[in-house]
Design a protein around this ligand. Structure first.
Ligand SMILES: Nc1ncnc2c1ncn2[C@@H]1O[C@H](COP(=O)(O)OP(=O)(O)O)[C@@H](O)[C@H]1O
Ligand SMILES: O=P(O)(O)OC[C@H]1O[C@](O)(COP(=O)(O)O)[C@@H](O)[C@@H]1O
Length: 310
């Protein structure tokens, strides 16, 4: 069973304009709406691959109700804590020259009682064979140790964790040794205290410091460059599968969804990597933050190329 936790969900509004004029009037050519936020995108991907998943976290207001309706229509079970404020809307501005500008709102304030209610729910789900996906930024009112606390709590009951977070929340949580992490290269560089990595091997070495410290598997996504996979002493680099890009927003979440699906289904390393590369490349071809169809992901799998890094 896979439970996704989205502390700060969002309606993703993807808009297309010719070119963004700062301080001027911008006419939108086309707008697309998606239920989003990192964990919700992970649930959308898992569901598209044909597996059941439950989405949890905090939802509020009309936007929250719209997201629940969307999940219901997609057949994704949702079990959110209701909050007083309005779930945020994140606007993604796509210009004709390929430039993407993201405007992410802060989201509603979460009270201590609402946090407690979510933790109780998660504890109730925790057990052997359960994988929790903890991903995304934290809303106001939630302390940066929340992911660390959840990992400690669910590990005690035999559950496993995939973590996709950044900053302080990531730093604190990795100390509790999640089974899987999926930072992108910027997030890992920030953790390692360097401005950027100059190569895949440098990226792999930084991630290895975490697998050496007890994290089970690390996948570092590198956007259009590809991804590095570290598991059981293997360092593998895969260049991104070339596709016609439509929207790269949500590609990281699609990869995390594929990873969670592959992990829960006990796939071997090669199959796991092929699925991650195919699903994330497929997500880039869809509009907004929609995952690719299972058929497209299956068709792309054979195009993943592996390089073992020394
Ligand atoms: N332009 C692209 N073409 C093909 N695949 C891509 C492209 N951009 C991203 N991907 C795939 O999506 C994965 C996740 O993208 P990335 O941007 O690193 O994630 P995040 O959204 O977490 O920052 C990459 O590792 C790659 O496999
Ligand atoms: O929780 P955060 O970091 O604010 O990110 C939320 C945003 O990221 C997304 O989940 C997309 O993330 P990725 O591009 O990293 O896959 C959007 O759906 C959402 O608007």
């Amino acid at each position: 069973m896979i439970i996704t936790v989205t502390m700060n969900p969002a309606a993703d509004k993807t808009v297309e304009i010719e070119s963004l004029k700062r301080g001027g009037l911008n006419r939108i050519r086309k707008a697309e709406w998606d239920a989003g936020g990192k964990g919700i995108n992970v649930s959308k991907t898992i569901s598209e691959l044909g597996m059941e998943t439950t989405a949890t976290g905090f939802l509020g207001g009309n936007t929250g109700r719209e997201i629940e309706k969307y999940l219901r229509e997609k057949g994704i079970r949702s079990d959110f804590v209701a909050v007083d404020g309005e779930t945020r809307t994140n606007t993604k501005v796509f210009e004709d020259n390929g430039m993407v500008t993201e405007l992410n709102e802060p989201g509603p304030y979460i009270t201590a009682a609402q946090e407690e209610e979510l933790l109780k729910k998660l504890e109730g789900y925790a057990g052997e064979g359960v994988l929790f996906v903890l991903s995304g930024s934290l809303p106001m009112g939630i302390n940066t140790d929340i992911y660390a606390r959840i990992i400690e709590m669910v590990h005690k009951k035999g559950a496993e964790v995939l973590l996709d977070a950044d900053g302080e929340a990531f730093r604190k949580a990795v100390q509790y040794r999640p089974e899987i992490i999926k930072p992108n290269k910027e997030e890992l560089a920030q953790y390692a205290g360097v401005p950027e990595f100059s190569s895949a091997i440098e990226t792999a070495k930084a991630a290895e410091a975490l697998t050496d410290a007890g994290v089970g598997m690390a996948v570092v996504s590198m956007g259009a460059e590809g991804a590095v996979f570290l598991e059981k002493g293997n360092r593998i680099f895969c260049p991104a599968i070339p596709v016609k890009a439509c929207s790269t927003v949500g590609a990281g979440d699609a990869m995390a969804g594929a990873l969670a699906y592959a992990w829960e289904n006990g796939m071997g390393m090669e199959d796991k990597i092929r699925l991650c590369m195919a699903v994330s490349a497929g997500a880039v071809t869809t509009q907004g933050t929609k995952p690719p169809s299972k058929e497209l992901a299956e068709a792309l799998k054979s195009r993943a190329v592996f390089t073992f890094l020394g």
